[in-house]
Write a protein that binds this ligand. Structure first.
Ligand code: AMP
Ligand code: ZN
Length: 470
């Protein structure tokens, strides 16, 4: 399988240290609010990756942290710590907030068929591990104490930047309005491993440490939690693209300095879901959650289908119109599969292998789910038995997790096959010819005739869609 690796900037052959076993780490949510559907795009694509690796015969060990203590990324953080902000907003303790939003996160995951990782670790549960790693970094000369905090010294590394070619001056925080630089730092890229003094002094959760009462920096949790379960080596590390810097860069810095050897060779980053105004956020504009999609009448799996239709390395733009189209296409797909369920025929094994070969070829090429959806439509159009098609759909859905067969079974038989009258099909054919001949006036006239008979047509990547006007 070829998978794009952010560390090498190319598609690499996927590799593991132990045969057929993958140790996979996922940066988990910061549980101060609901996840937005952008966050969930990342988790969904990671879920597809995990499921495809399992499909391909790997045993996958998957680890995820839950950030339930401070989420301080850089000098650019303003206002309160995010967890504390959540607690103040809802008049609860930080731990109550963490519990509530952790449960809410997994409830959203369940609706989107995102499998729970095997190992889930709240960050507050590993304080001794962080202290141990920080003590070792101090002993090895990779960390220093200044102004009450412990910092990682990035100048001690041969190579600090891994995913980007940043210039130090671009990190100059003072140039951004309202951002104060941290005077204690020896180098601009240095980051905090342990706070005893910070601008967020009213931090609710604090622990004893050799450096005084305090709390960990954000990055340390992922290094320690990964090592707690996977040991000294990971095969694959995942997250959204915004995590590449500084979070993942810092994870690599401290992990490799601590271990004294390379840590994780493959990095998988999912590009963002944006709304039409740009970046998706939990504070500005409409806060897009799974519950909001449901309130507006969409099924969470239609959103999953929407995400699968595009490649994880492309920025995806969300709009209600786009989601509506995905819901329509998803419903039609289910209805089409419904028509296959009542047929009693046999699986053609050779044909099944050929069709699934196209599916694995798509997924082996950097997890091309968009192409895999095209293969799904090809399966339904293929010249073969219903049983063969159903067998292929079932296999493909082990990875895409769209509940295709379950939902088709649940669909009342009367809602299934919309029998398209021969008259309508004939007009559609004539329209196709007119379009081919670039006679658009005639094509439009035929579209009107089709509409007068109660049907509407829409051109999609998969061909002409014909639906009954309701
Ligand atoms: P957070 O809860 O902020 O730590 O983010 C959880 C995950 O969502 C991380 O892997 C982020 O990189 C990812 N993420 C944040 N914003 C977006 C977005 N707009 N689209 C896709 N993934 C995102
Ligand atoms: Zn992380």
């Amino acid at each position: 399988m070829l998978l794009y690796n952010s560390l090498t900037h190319q598609k690499d052959e996927f590799q593991t240290r132990e045969p057929n076993r993958v140790k996979m780490y996922t940066c988990g949510p910061t549980v101060y609010h609901f996840a937005h559907i952008g966050n969930l795009r990342t988790y969904m694509m990671e879920d597809v990756l995990e499921k495809y690796l399992t499909y391909s015969g790997y045993q996958v060990m998957r680890i995820m942290n839950i950030t339930d203590v401070g989420h301080l990324t850089s000098d650019g953080d303003t206002g309160d710590d995010k967890m504390l902000k959540g607690a103040k907003r809802e008049h609860k303790t930080v731990m109550e907030i963490a519990k509530f939003y952790t449960d809410a996160f997994f409830a959203d995951c369940e609706k989107l068929n995102i499998k729970k990782p095997e190992y889930i670790q709240p960050a507050t549960g590993c304080i001794p591990e962080y202290i141990h790693m920080i003590e070792t970094l101090l002993q090895k000369g990779y960390a220093y104490e200044a102004g009450g905090n412990i910092y990682f010294d990035t100048s001690k590394l041969e190579q600090y930047y891994r995913f980007h070619d940043f210039k130090e001056e671009d990190l100059e925080v003072g140039v951004r309005e309202g951002v104060e630089g941290d005077e204690n730092k020896r180098n601009k890229a240095d980051f905090v491993l342990w706070f005893t003094k910070s601008k967020f002094d009213d931090q609710e959760l604090k622990w004893e440490s050799p450096w005084g009462l305090g709390y960990p920096g954000w990055h340390i949790e992922c290094s320690c939690i990964s090592m707690k379960f996977a040991g000294e080596y990971l095969d694959l590390h995942c997250g959204g693209i915004d995590n590449a810097f500084p979070h993942h860069t810092n994870e690599i810095a401290q992990s490799e300095a601590y271990l004294g050897h390379p840590w994780c060779p493959q990095w998988f980053h999912v590009l963002h879901l944006n709304d039409e105004t740009g970046k998706m956020s939990k504070s500005k504009g409409e806060f897009l959650t799974v519950s909001l999609l449901e309130q507006k009448g969409f099924s969470p799996l239609a959103y999953r289908f929407f995400c699968m239709q595009s490649h994880y390395r492309k920025t995806l733009v969300f709009s209600w119109e786009n989601l509506k189209n995905a819901q329509t296409a998803y419903d039609k797909l289910i209805a089409k599969i419904r028509t296959l369920l009542d047929t009693q025929d046999a699986v053609d094994d050779a044909k099944k292998a050929e069709l699934l070969g196209a599916f694995t070829a798509a997924m082996d090429n950097d997890l091309n789910t968009a192409q895999a959806i095209t293969v799904l439509y090809d399966v339904l159009k293929a010249d073969t038995t219903a049983a063969t098609k159903l067998a292929c759909v079932a296999e493909i859905d082990r990875v895409l997790s769209l509940n295709l067969i379950e939902n088709a079974k649940a669909l009342g038989a009367e809602d299934a096959a919309q029998e398209i009258p021969a008259e309508v099909l004939a007009l559609v054919e004539q329209r196709k010819e007119a379009r081919k001949a670039k006679d658009f006036a005639q094509a439009d006239a035929l579209r009107d005739q089709i509409a007068a008979l109660g049907w509407q047509i829409r051109e999609t990547r998969q061909g002409t869609e014909i639906t009954k006007i309701s």
